[in-house]
Design a protein around this ligand. Sequence first.
Ligand code: DQA
Length: 147
Amino acid sequence: MAQNKTMLVMNGPNLNLLGKREPGVYGSGTLADVETMCRDYAKSAGYDIDFRQSNSEGELVTWLHEADENAVGVAFNAGAYTHTSIALHDAIKGISNPVVELHISNVHAREEFRHKSIMASACIGQISGFGVRSYTLALQALIDHLK
Ligand code: DQA
């Protein structure tokens, strides 16, 4: 069987609005632009991308479970669920794939309620504040981790 070379890029709530949502914070590029950037970056390193977005916490949990079979690692922008979801923390703990938490904005330079990540301790690391480049930095971290 061919070696699995798929990385899952998961996006949580409101990230479907990228481009029109608070462009001063998140930039003017769309989620489709981010997907293209991720695919191009991964391809140059020999990986495929499974790129998804959901506004539903339960769906994100299910995708994490499935990732253990379908992917070798996960780059995850969980949006606001980062700060609230014990279910996502537990799902990340429950799988063996490495997960990198990522944020477009620098969550530590914003409102206090964004300073706490419930997921972070379950992830291999966190990338925050580099605009949409946070996605390719997260992929780079995963690729290095998988070597
Ligand atoms: C975000 C930061 C979160 O605090 C926020 O709720 C988001 C986006 C980011 O990418 O900067 O939805 O994850």
